[in-house]
Design a binder for this molecule. Structure first.
Ligand SMILES: NC(=O)c1ccc[n+]([C@@H]2O[C@H](COP(=O)([O-])OP(=O)(O)OC[C@H]3O[C@@H](n4cnc5c(N)ncnc54)[C@H](O)[C@@H]3O)[C@@H](O)[C@H]2O)c1
Length: 458
């Protein structure tokens, strides 16, 4: 079943280091409890205990977390915009307030962190938080470079027996994700050959915004820039409504990865959930003419994945901003599906969006007798509320559907596509070492340069 494939079978153990805590750890683990860094006992026998949570980013996307997290103790709030911090404090008035996430993460009583900041800070916050023994829910995209994705995964894998993590791809809990997976695993399209995912969002920008005015006194602009190279203030980076403001900055290379990290995180997840893929062995990409300031709107990136124990080698392609896969039949207009996936197998096609799917058996022998529908009791159960899956996992078995192993691998592939796009030729990739083996210039593009004073490994 799917939930076993991507999650980490962690034992409920303690993240403490002091001798007293070690004692508590072994005593509690024996009794079936989980001890949190704050010292609270959790588990089936202590249902009233709550997580001590820090919310980093307290406006915009953060609003979508307020309800799920309000059953826990929100003890810290952090936002670079003091007005946004005040917005969070209306909901959680008792929490301590910070403008610098590095100081926030030093608060001693924390168990867990919800990160809703800009993309270029996600890997930093996730990594620092895990290094402090904290569970993390991080909004998508989990990273802004291949190297960031790899470091987050390495830190998570070191701590997977202690920490629960979740990437904020909440559409994953739509039952359609598992229905698509089951159809592919059960052979509804025959042996899998190609997978396509696409998104039609187009945000064209000429380049970084010119200097305009001074940041308001309530905005700590230097902290907003954080590790990114300096770019002058312009109010347009901050001009959209709650939950939409990421579209004001995520297409600029230093702040995000455009639609690769934005809708790409969600839509590739619908495919990724069904194919049990690790890292690709190659990437090639084409799209808009390269702009050193803005990531491409139109892009097609193709990755080769080796065979695994249930399917042959496959090609996975991400299309965005106007690039689209060819429809298998003229009566199916893929352009009508804004964000979708298509699986091509030896016996047919499966086309899906986040909530629905159609199966298209193909050819004279595609009579579906080769496909064995699973019994009702083998159908994956509803996974319930996506954010609650994480808070529950923090208190129990640490298992989530989009942990940082699953999520970092997905985004590493997508960001590798942008590297292939930048060098303009097919690159061969060694996922073990994280190196491009046939192009030196590509290797330099796997990481980013950070401003002085900002360390990814904190
Ligand atoms: N899962 C989804 O469906 C979904 C939807 C929208 C946005 N998002 C993701 O959520 C994130 C935030 O998007 P948004 O539209 O809310 O953006 P935003 O620009 O409104 O930023 C959110 C909040 O974070 C604060 N912030 C920015 N940098 C910070 C820092 N270094 N430290 C502390 N606070 C900081 C901002 O002041 C703001 O209050 C993005 O990464 C985006 O991809 C996910």
């Amino acid at each position: 079943m799917k939930s076993d494939d991507h999650t980490t079978p962690g034992k409920p153990v303690c993240a403490h280091t002091t001798p007293r805590r070690d004692f508590l750890k072994s005593a509690a683990a024996g009794a079936g409890f989980l001890i949190l860094p704050s010292g609270a006992l959790l588990g089936a026998n202590a249902p009233s205990n709550k997580l001590n949570v820090a919310m980093i980013g307290t406006w915009g996307r953060a609003d979508a977390h307020f309800d799920a997290i309000s059953s826990e103790n929100v003890v810290a709030l952090c936002d670079v915009d003091e007005n946004h911090l005040a917005h969070g404090a209306e909901k959680f008035p008792k929490a301590k307030r910070y403008v610098d996430w590095r100081k926030c993460l030093d608060q001693k009583d924390l168990d867990a962190v919800v990160c809703c900041t800009t993309d270029h800070t996600h890997a930093f916050i996730a990594n620092w938080a895990m290094n402090r023994g904290l569970h993390v829910y991080c909004e998508k995209p989990l990273a802004n470079s291949v190297a960031e994705a790899r470091l987050v995964r390495a830190t998570y894998l070191k701590n997977k027996d202690k920490l629960a993590t979740q990437v904020g791809t909440q559409r994953h809990s739509n039952p359609n994700f598992n229905r698509v997976r089951e159809l592919i695993r059960d052979g509804a399209v025959g042996a899998l050959r190609e997978v396509h995912a696409w998104g039609n969002r187009q945000l064209r920008r000429p380049g970084y915004l010119p200097a305009k005015g001074e940041p308001p006194k309530t905005l700590h602009y230097d902290l907003w820039l954080g590790p990114a190279p300096f770019h002058p203030y312009n109010p347009d980076y901050f001009s959209a409504g709650p939950g939409m403001n990421c579209l004001q900055w995520n297409m600029y290379w230093d702040f995000g990865s455009g639609q690769v990290g934005d809708m790409g995180s969600h839509t590739m997840d619908l495919a990724w959930n069904a194919i049990d893929a690790g890292l690709p062995t190659s990437a090639e990409a084409e799209g808009d003419a390269f702009n050193p300031e803005v990531s491409p709107v139109e892009l097609k990136a193709t990755f080769e994945h080796p065979a695994n124990d249930w399917r042959p080698a496959i090609r996975v392609t991400w299309h965005q901003g106007g690039a689209m896969p060819r429809s298998p039949k003229e009566y199916i207009d893929l352009d009508k599906i804004g964000h979708g996936v298509m699986f091509k197998g030896a016996k047919g096609f499966l086309i899906a969006d986040f909530g629905s799917r159609v199966l298209l058996p193909w050819g004279n022998d595609a009579d579906l007798t080769y496909y064995h529908r699973r019994d009702k009791d083998e159908v994956a159960p509803d996974m319930g509320h996506f954010q609650k899956e994480w808070t529950n996992a923090c208190k129990t078995d640490l298992k989530t559907s989009c942990d940082f192993d699953y999520g970092s691998t997905l985004i590493e592939q997508m960001l590798l596509g942008l590297v292939a796009y930048q060098v303009g030729e097919k690159i061969e990739y060694d996922g073990e070492s994280g190196k491009v083996t046939n192009n030196k210039a590509a290797n330099k593009l796997l990481k980013r340069k950070y401003r002085r004073g900002w360390k990814l490994k904190g």
